[in-house]
Design a protein around this ligand. Structure first.
Ligand code: NAD
Length: 367
């Protein structure tokens, strides 16, 4: 059988630095676990603009459509801030999400015990936290028409439209229920059915889909209460399913429960391809971090955890994903820290490469 294929798009700033460590991890799985990927690499963001005059070439887009999964670093940087909107680095990312139709954005918020002190919340509230937010990514108020700013009676009016079809709500709900089945079989759907018709439809459709997943305990919550509960008692949740706007806010809020931006992975999934695998792109939540680019300070863990998500959700390698996550947990428990994870007690931080080294060491030790 052909090896699974992976397109690597390191991007800009610290993107290539953290991706270098992921490539070493990928090589380790090939050498030690007989898990070999057909890896190709290409440009996205500012790097693609420099070469092609666009943040994502048609050739790269076509490649992304063909592979089993895309792994992206980060895009953007001050050199590109003044470019026309149509060729800004972020447009490359948006094109990938749109043309691959990646409608389900998975944002885990997992608190490694060794880092529980980093959270702005009390340690006992976040220690052991492991929740997953599924955000609908391709519809809702960020895309709905009509939109724009116009003038009425000599006054400017800003308009955006929250619009969801039942098909859009349903496909995201199925992704969320499937995830819940692989986890603790608990799903909380969040909307504002008390004040929004789209919220009423959301609640109805999610309830209908539930009939196909009777083993999952489904609850509904207003999104504002959801925000409160996330900071009051986040461990009550397993999987949360919510729309594009609420998901944007709630997933950032949940992410910060866990401490550092350098630790947060994400996955964006679409419909299944002919081989049964979902269209998929994996990327760290952080950006290109121009303030630390080229200094060897970047934490590669968010990008490595994104690859662990690819192992789990694209390649059916849950046990190997567990192995990689356990290696990361082990090095953190042993005190390995990049600069962003240094506490007030100080010490000498590891460089990006050194963090890669200790994770590879822990992987070796896991055999
Ligand atoms: P950022 O995430 O790049 O950085 C925010 C802060 O977090 C910085 O101080 C940075 O040094 C730190 N940080 C981020 N990742 C880190 C890591 N792995 N290790 C250690 N420290 C880390 O956000 P920003 O500064 O607002 O944006 C910088 C550029 O990135 C902008 O051009 C922005 O448009 C772009 N951006 C891209 C993405 C993406 O590619 N998905 C996401 C957000 C921002």
């Amino acid at each position: 059988m052909a090896n699974p294929s992976l397109l690597i798009l390191p991007g800009d700033g610290i993107g290539p630095e953290v991706m270098t460590e992921v490539k070493r991890i990928i090589d380790w799985f090939g050498a030690k676990r007989d898990l070999t990927f057909d890896v190709s690499e290409d440009l996205v963001g500012g790097a693609a603009y420099d070469k092609h005059g666009v943040p994502l070439s048609d050739e790269t887009m076509a490649k992304a459509q063909e592979v089993d999964a895309v792994l992206l670093g980060a895009v953007g940087g001050p050199a590109y801030d003044n470019l026309d909107f149509s060729v800004k680095p972020e447009r490359g990312l948006l094109r990938l999400r749109k043309e691959m139709d990646l409608f389900a954005n998975l944002r885990p918020a997992q608190c490694f015990d060794a880092l529980a002190d980093f959270s702005s919340l009390k340690k006992d509230i976040v220690a052991g936290l492991d929740i997953m937010i599924v955000r609908e990514l391709t519809s809702g108020v960020y895309f709905g028409e009509p939109r724009g700013i116009h003038t009425e009676d000599n006054m400017r009016v800003g308009v955006n439209t929250q619009r969801y079809t039942e098909a859009e709500i349903e496909r995201g709900a199925r992704a969320a229920f499937e995830l819940a089945m692989k986890r603790d079989k608990k799903l909380c759907s969040m909307e504002k059915a008390n004040v929004m018709e789209s919220g009423i439809l959301w609640r109805d459709v999610v309830t209908e889909v539930h009939a196909d997943y009777p083993e999952v305990a489904l609850s509904h919550m207003y999104a504002d209460n959801g925000a409160m509960q996330l900071v009051r008692a986040p461990k009550q949740f397993d999987v949360i399913y919510t729309d594009n706007l609420f998901g944007d806010i709630l997933s950032d809020c949940a992410a910060m429960l866990t401490g550092s931006l350098g630790m947060l992975p994400s996955a964006s999934l679409g419909l299944p391809m002919a081989n049964g695998r979902p269209k998929a792109m994996y990327e760290p939540v952080h950006g290109s971090a121009p303030d630390i680019t080229g200094q060897g300070k970047a934490n590669p863990i968010a990008c490595i955890l994104s690859f662990a998500m690819a192992l789990r959700y694209s390649f059916d390698q849950g046990a190997e994903a567990d192995r990689l996550e356990a290696a990361i947990e082990k090095v953190l428990a042993d005190g390995a820290r990049t600069a962003d994870l240094m506490g007030p007690e100080g010490g000498t931080p590891l460089s990006t490469t050194q963090m890669g080294d200790v994770i590879l060491g822990a992987l070796d030790a896991s055999l």
